[in-house]
Design a protein around this ligand. Structure first.
Ligand code: ATP
Length: 131
């Protein structure tokens, strides 16, 4: 079976490096399923899980936006943050989710709504991937 080399990299360093049969990412324009031989493309990513399929198993990596660069034999994801399901601290993500929800409920002028909404999305994504 043909495979693709997948690298997920953040400003803190590499998070994932493996040969994979299929990768699915959530691009701003919609879900993108990538198999070996895919046409070259670059796309911005949403805060979502990257799905990596190999030997009938699916691994998940939580990414907080960024970009994906696709070449026929290589996929590179440059993300602000990325964690595999084992790396995610669930308690921390739960605390971040509660904090963001409280901020969004307050509706006071000191709350940066967009920032709180993004924090909430990151926390929910981490909780989904950690499950
Ligand atoms: P928090 O408020 O808990 O810091 P956050 O969404 O603001 O959450 P980020 O700014 O996205 O955090 O990430 C900062 C760093 O902490 C990154 O290296 C990220 O991978 C890591 N990180 C954030 N939340 C978690 C988590 N729940 N488990 C493991 N690593 C995490």
């Amino acid at each position: 079976m043909k495979t693709l080399k997948v690298n997920i990299v953040t400003p803190d360093g590499p998070v994932y490096d493996a040969d994979i049969e299929m990768v699915s990412v959530r691009a701003e324009s919609g879900e993108l399923g990538i198999l070996p031989g895919h046409i070259p493309t670059v796309a911005p990513l949403k805060i979502a899980a990257v799905r990596l399929k190999k030997d009938g198993q699916t691994e998940l990596v939580a990414v907080s936006g960024g970009i994906v660069e696709v070449r026929p034999d290589h996929v590179t994801i440059l993300a602000q943050t990325a964690e595999t399901s084992e790396q995610i601290d669930k308690e921390r993500a739960l605390a971040a989710k509660r904090r963001a929800e409280e901020r969004l409920q307050k509706h006071t002028p000191d709350v940066d709504i967009i920032r709180a909404e993004l924090a909430l999305k990151r926390a929910i994504n981490r909780l989904d991937v950690a499950r």
